[in-house]
Design a protein around this ligand. Sequence first.
Ligand code: SF4
Length: 294
Amino acid sequence: MKIIRAEHLGMCFGVKDAIALARETAKHRPLTVLGDLVHNESVLADLRAQGIRLVQQAADVRTRTMMVTAHGASDRTIGQARDRGLNVLEATCPLVQVAHRSLTRLVREGFHPVIIGKRDHVEVRGLTGDLDAFDVVLGEEDVATLCGRRRFGIIAQTTQPIDRVRQLVRLVRERFPQSEVRFIDTVCQPTKQRQHAAVELAQKCDVVVVIGGAHSNNTQELVKTCARFCGRVYHVQTAAGLREEWFDPADTVGVTAGTSTPDEVITEVERAIFDLAHRGAGIPLETIGGSIQN
Ligand code: SF4
């Protein structure tokens, strides 16, 4: 068996920095994190063990300090928390801030804002939270329901696949040929790199295992991308989710992971895949560069 890692995979700098800030802050004062800091249960359990509280609603914050995750929040949400006397710590990823600034600029210049993304995702809620009028689109059917506007200003949730984003922008332009459509590409570089690497990986593997949280948007997108190029794609959160029948010792197995997946979970899954495929065969594990082979 050959196990190959995608060239780009796993936790991005935005999530790593947010976790580091939460850990460091919690050493000095009680901390509550608003929203999903990371879509990974083992990391969340570790944070809870350090006394960090995790809540979904600002109304549930009982500590003096509240942290906003890498996904960001609207000015309204942050302002309301400050009005309640909370000390707000912002771990918003700089690339999410780019999306906020791009949207603000489009609205200021008179464009009707359209966000390509998931309506109920925390990042999209943060982006739209200060807007009076906006549209969120994720598929062709959503573009079909848009009302005509003189000017459309489009941005994307940072973790959307860039191919789909470009296709939806094209559809808006086709549907409203008389309108001015301005698109600012706010898909983040780590997402683009992981998507691109996933395509390359899926094209050369018999099986692809995607590691990441069940609710992680970018993990779900990696699964969809790999499934376009490989017939055997499996999504697991940890090594415990793997099944022996998925693998054959002769397979080339690709491994990729969403931006919430810690390095140690990736290594654990790789070793478990190898063990499952060679159960009872007594074949020693040899690691060569970024890949594991026998
Ligand atoms: S996925 Fe992209 S935008 Fe989101 S935290 Fe990571 S680097 Fe930042």
